[in-house]
Design a protein around this ligand. Structure first.
Ligand code: GLU
Ligand code: ZN
Length: 494
């Protein structure tokens, strides 16, 4: 997106490349993207890859691939660059070291020599005594002698930020006014003993340097906001930041059993939706509804409609429920909205290996194009296409034994024999004529159409459910259809 001249909104999307992209992350990206689009602002894409142990290049590639698949665009970021490059934190380490040094020099931060055991012991004691259990300020004002002794013991310090002794209040764009008292926001580490800067430092430092005006992110990060506000104040004093951005915390997403959807839950994996054949526009439409809505009576919308209407103030602070059924229903609606050519093209991945069980030379484009409109009105996700059309491209139908048992009852052989006769005499250029043939066969055996067509469907497609039967038969053709009815009769006779 091009930023409009004069637009001052700058937002960021700043994932860490750890593991597979998940739906919570996509929702955050979506709301930032929509906010930027709505305000003709700038979206900064930043990679928070300072955790060498957890970050991987593979995750980074996946992340980029996923964001592109979803159709997001951004104005500044790795690979495209921008005025605040580089946009990968692993390439900005000198900057963070410099800021940490300035914070130490100005007294906004100090070296903390406490060992993990000491911290744990004091925390447990504070808990037992009913006192706040966060860091107790032990190293805030060490004397030179104490520092010398710690050094002599071979301790290497972390850098800790000194929280001001004051209540912090801010107006969250989603949740309204929020207040944090000092005892709930203890001094926090910003640089590890090995010199590695932490999220607590690099995230607000980059937001400051990249001139971010609005921080929209998940509610799980709410507890870091008062710290960041304090850090911003210090950075502003040092001339590194120009004030504090606005913050808006997006509601939690709840999964099964009303538990917070975690990135470890399989249903939170973006790849799952992609592989099942969600359309990006269907998935984004659904994810928009996790905390936001276009209007009370319109669930289905395009991303253009969404971004035109998106207002962060309309985001609901209450937890949103992730409902797979609803996601599929919305995706189904988006499948219906495609033009048929687009639909046939988007199904392509599921019409070949590793999804398709037929050999490529048995695939028939004309048959596919003939059946596609019937499939388009029925699929919830594109991956369902494979099973729905395999009868057209496999030399023999893939018979589902449960379907066979269900459909092939006593008398099915007699019915199939009559149906074969009537079908053989029918007009194969008309699905209606094929229907009449099966209807007549049913009547001859005292069966309604539904009961009469079940054995025919299983004989020809291998399953009890599928696309409209008579259109399916017409597209498969007379010769193959009759041969399959014969094969079923032979199996029944055996
Ligand atoms: N890298 C952080 C994360 O993925 C970003 C958090 C934020 O938006 O401040 O959780
Ligand atoms: Zn300490």
């Amino acid at each position: 997106m091009a930023s409009a001249p004069g637009s001052s909104v700058r937002v960021r999307f700043c994932p860490s490349p750890t593991g597979n992209p998940h739906v919570g992350l996509v929702r955050t990206a979506l709301f930032n993207w929509a906010f930027a689009k709505h305000h003709q602002g700038t979206l900064v894409f930043r990679i928070e890859d300072t955790d060498a142990a957890r970050d991987s290049e593979e995750s980074y590639d996946q992340l980029l691939d996923s964001l592109r698949w979803l159709g997001f665009d951004w104005d500044e970021g790795p690979e495209i660059g921008g005025p605040h490059a580089p946009y990968r934190q692993s390439q900005r380490m000198d900057l963070y070291a410099d800021v940490a040094r300035k914070l130490l020099d100005a007294g906004h931060a100090y070296h903390c020599y406490c060992s993990q055991e000491e911290l744990d012991t004091r925390r447990d004691a504070a808990r037992a005594a009913g006192r706040p259990s966060g860091y107790d300020g032990h190293c805030r004002d060490l004397t030179e002698a104490q520092v010398a002794e710690y050094k002599a013991q071979g301790r290497t310090p972390i850098v800790r930020f000194r929280m001001p002794d004051e209540t912090i209040t801010f107006t969250d764009l989603v949740r309204g006014e929020l207040t944090f008292t000092p005892e709930n926001v203890p001094d926090f580490g910003i640089v590890r003993a090995n010199g590695a800067p932490l999220y607590t430092l690099v995230n607000p430092v980059d937001d400051a340097l990249m001139e971010i005006t609005h921080v929209l992110r998940g509610e799980d990060l709410l507890s870091s906001t008062p710290r960041q506000i304090a850090l911003y104040k210090a950075l502003t004093e040092l001339g590194i930041a120009q004030g504090t951005p606005h913050f808006g915390h997006l509601p939690y997403v709840m999964g099964e059993g009303n538990k917070k959807l975690s990135k470890r839950d399989p249903e939170s994996s973006l790849n799952l939706y992609r592989e099942r054949g969600f359309l990006p526009e269907g998935l984004l439409n659904y994810l928009s509804l996790l905390g936001w809505s276009l209007s009370a009576d319109q669930d289905i919308f395009t991303m253009d409609e969404m971004t035109a209407a998106f207002d962060i103030a309309d985001v609901n602070p209450n937890p949103a429920r992730f409902d797979l059924k609803k996601a599929e229903a919305i995706n189904a609606d988006h499948i219906r909205l495609l033009d048929v050519k687009d639909f046939t093209e988007r199904c392509a991945p599921w019409l070949k290996a590793p999804y398709a069980p037929w050999s490529p030379q048995d695939f028939d484009q004309a048959r596919w194009e003939a059946i596609a409109p019937h499939a388009q009105t029925r699929l919830k996700v594109l991956s369902e296409i494979t099973d729905n059309v395999d009868f057209l491209f496999l030399p023999e139908p893939a018979v589902d034994e449960a379907s066979w048992t269900k459909a092939m009852k006593e008398g099915s052989d007699a019915l199939l024999t009559t149906a074969r006769e009537k079908l053989a005499a029918a007009d194969w250029t008309s699905a209606e004529s094929l229907k009449e043939a099966v209807l007549a066969a049913g009547e001859a055996h005292g069966l309604k159409l539904g009961k009469a067509q079940a054995p025919v469907r299983v004989a020809v497609t291998g399953r009890t459910v599928g696309l409209p039967l008579f259109e399916s038969l017409e597209i498969l053709g007379k010769e193959k259809t009759l041969a399959r009815v014969d094969a079923a009769l032979a199996r029944l006779a055996a």
